[in-house]
Structures are given as C-alpha cells and as structure tokens.
Design a protein around this ligand. Structure first.
Ligand code: NAP
Length: 310
C-alpha cells in the first residue's frame, strides 16, 4: 500500500514528488508515456526563475527528476494509468496491467496538443504533420521548403518564427483576423519578412495522403468561402492543448473542457485525491505555476495523512 501516488512527470509531478519525498511519504511517481511532459520538447525555457541564461526544457525536467529521486521518490518509467477506482479508499490504480493501492493520489497529468480533427491530419502525422517545431523543424524534409503553421496564440507565433530559420516561407494560418498572442510576439510575427499571414482561414484537408507525405494544404477563407491550395512540405499545428484527464472522469469532476475542478486548494471532489498543474489550470499554464501547484498538492497530502493518523 502506497502513501501517495503521483501521476505525471511534468513540473507539477516532480515538485509534488520532491515535497512528499522530503515529508518521508516515499512517493511513487508514474511518469506517463512522455517522461518529463511537454516541456521536454521545448528548446529554451527563458522564464523559469533561477536560470538567467535560460535552460533547455529537457535539462530542466531531468534536474527536477534527479532532485526528487535524491530524496527517495520511486519511479515507474514510461507507464500509463489505464484505469482508476476512486470510489473508496484505498484507491486502486491499474498501471501497465498491475494493480496498485494507495491512500492518496496527486493527479499531475498535464495536457496534450490539440488536434484539428481532420482525417488527413491523423494519417499524415509524423509524415510532415507535427505538433512541435522545436522537435521537428530542423529535419531535412523541411529545409528550404514552404511550411505551414496553424494557430494564433503565442505558441503558433513562436513556432512560425522558429521555422523561418529553415523554411523558404512560413504561412501562418489563423481562423480570425487578429492574433491571440501577446502584443510583442504578434507584432514581431506579423512584421517578419519570411512569415505570410493567412487570416480568417481554416485548413480543410492536408495533402497528400496517397503519397504518404505532406505536399500542401487546402485552405478555406471563413468569411468569403474562397478556397486555395498552398504548397508546403510540413504542417505545424499549434492550436492549444487539451487536459489529459479522460481516465479520471468517472470519479473526478471537470469543467466542460476537461480541466479538473478544484474544490479548495489542491483538493478535488474526491477526498484524498489532489490535483496540480495544467490538467487543472487553463488560466496560467506555466512551468512555474505548475511547480507551485505541485508543491501545494504535496503539502495538502501531507496534512491530510497527518490528520488521519493523529
Ligand atoms: P492558446 O493561447 O490557447 O492559443 C490557441 C490558438 O489556436 C488560438 O489562436 C485559437 O484561435 C487557435 N485554435 C484553437 N482551436 C483551434 C482549431 N480547432 N482550429 C484552428 N485554430 C484553433 O494556446 P498556446 O498558443 O499554445 O498558448 C498557451 C499558453 O502558453 C498561453 O498562455 C501562452 O501565452 C503561453 N505561451 C507562452 C509562450 C512564451 O511566452 N514564450 C510561448 C508559448 C505559449 P482563437 O484565437 O480564435 O481562439
């Protein structure tokens, strides 16, 4: 029987592990399929305090893991939670077919990339369709080619700007006529000589499924319904994220977008199940806020168990 199982290995998960380990709770952390979470796919994190020169996302997550391990965190690497039973305590988690029992849980499963929802998008994923410019932008298949980025937030602007290093031209396709991104990022993106804005538009199909590679996109102007084809070798989709909370839904209350609702502090509607990070935060979604929420959840677990054993 575990004292606490932490699900997820982003900033929230590792910080919760660090704090619960230092409280002598001997936490077990289940990393999920992408150890280190989305931040491991970021090249340079420039806004995490304590790193004035910036820090590589993968390095930051590795350091957090090492710090949590130093105080006794145990890790199930690459494991996925297939099912949970939060109907009574001890809680039961099914992980890689194994049954685990625990007194408390911290959910820190983060969020994953939102998809456009096109069939051609799924069929051409990793064949020119990608969700991470910093991971894939430098691939030979994208060099000196026209590339497409979809989205209007900071991520899309960042990806488009990054891709100008490799592309002949970057088309930034956005469904409205103004960017959601911060002003400084938006201005820089629009002014970039290698970025061409395609406003008020949506991709209706990514070509060419038959050739099993990206050769272009069909784009529809949402105001005029006019259609055009843009030749390109890659489509980089940066339209936000969806929280990874599906497996908890039978027991844990979420909002209409799937973000876990907190009742008070880090608590959920199930007593003994706590939450931290992007799976519960659609407002800030920053590495540092996720880490802070991981700390709060750990302290609440410690107090919860102490109150029971008093
Ligand atoms: P976001 O701010 O939620 O923006 C998502 C964008 O995708 C929006 O422009 C949205 O359009 C569009 N979109 C959503 N669903 C779509 C769909 N089905 N089809 C087409 N377009 C769709 O997400 P984000 O850019 O990933 O940023 C997330 C958070 O991280 C933000 O708080 C951001 O500031 C932060 N961030 C910061 C940095 C930085 O400071 N360096 C870098 C990246 C991200 P609408 O505008 O019409 O809704």
């Amino acid at each position: 029987m575990e004292n606490v199982i932490i699900i997820g290995s982003g900033c929230a998960g590792w910080t919760a592990a660090l704090y619960t380990a230092r409280a002598n709770l001997k936490p077990l952390l289940i990393t999920g399929e992408q150890p280190g979470g989305l931040l491991t796919t970021t090249s340079s994190v420039e806004n995490f305090p304590g790193f004035p020169e910036g820090v590589d996302g993968y390095e930051l997550m590795t350091r957090m893991q090492q710090q949590a391990e130093r105080f006794g965190t145990r890790i199930k690497l690459g494991s996925l939670v297939q099912a949970v039973d939060f109907s009574k305590r001890p809680f039961v988690l099914t992980v890689d077919g194994e049954r685990l029992e625990t007194q408390t849980v911290i959910i820190a499963t983060g969020a994953s990339h939102r998809h456009l929802g096109l069939e051609s998008e799924d069929l051409l994923e990793k064949k020119g369709v990608t969700y991470c410019a910093t991971c894939d932008g430098a691939l030979p298949m994208f060099r000196n080619q026209p590339l497409v980025v979809v989205g209007g937030g900071d991520s899309a602007c960042e990806e488009a700007t990054f891709l100008t290093r490799f592309a002949s031209v970057v088309y930034l396709i956005h469904r409205r006529d103004s960017l959601r991104a911060s002003k400084i990022m938006a201005d820089r993106t629009i002014a970039h000589p290698k970025i061409k804005m395609i406003w008020d538009s949506a991709i209706t199909e990514i070509m060419d499924v038959k050739q099993e590679k990206v050769t272009g996109v069909k784009v529809k102007n949402l105001k005029t319904n006019a259609e055009q084809v843009l030749d390109c070798a890659g489509v980089f989709i940066a339209i936000g994220h969806v929280p990874s909370t599906q497996v908890f839904k039978p027991f844990i209350k979420t909002d209409e977008n799937g973000y876990i609702l907190r009742t008070e502090g880090a608590a959920t509607n199930v007593s003994g199940v706590f939450v931290a990070g992007d799976c519960s935060d659609h407002v800030y979604r920053q590495a540092i806020t996720a880490a802070g929420m991981g700390c709060a959840a750990a302290i609440e677990v410690e107090r919860f168990l102490a109150a029971e054993n008093a």
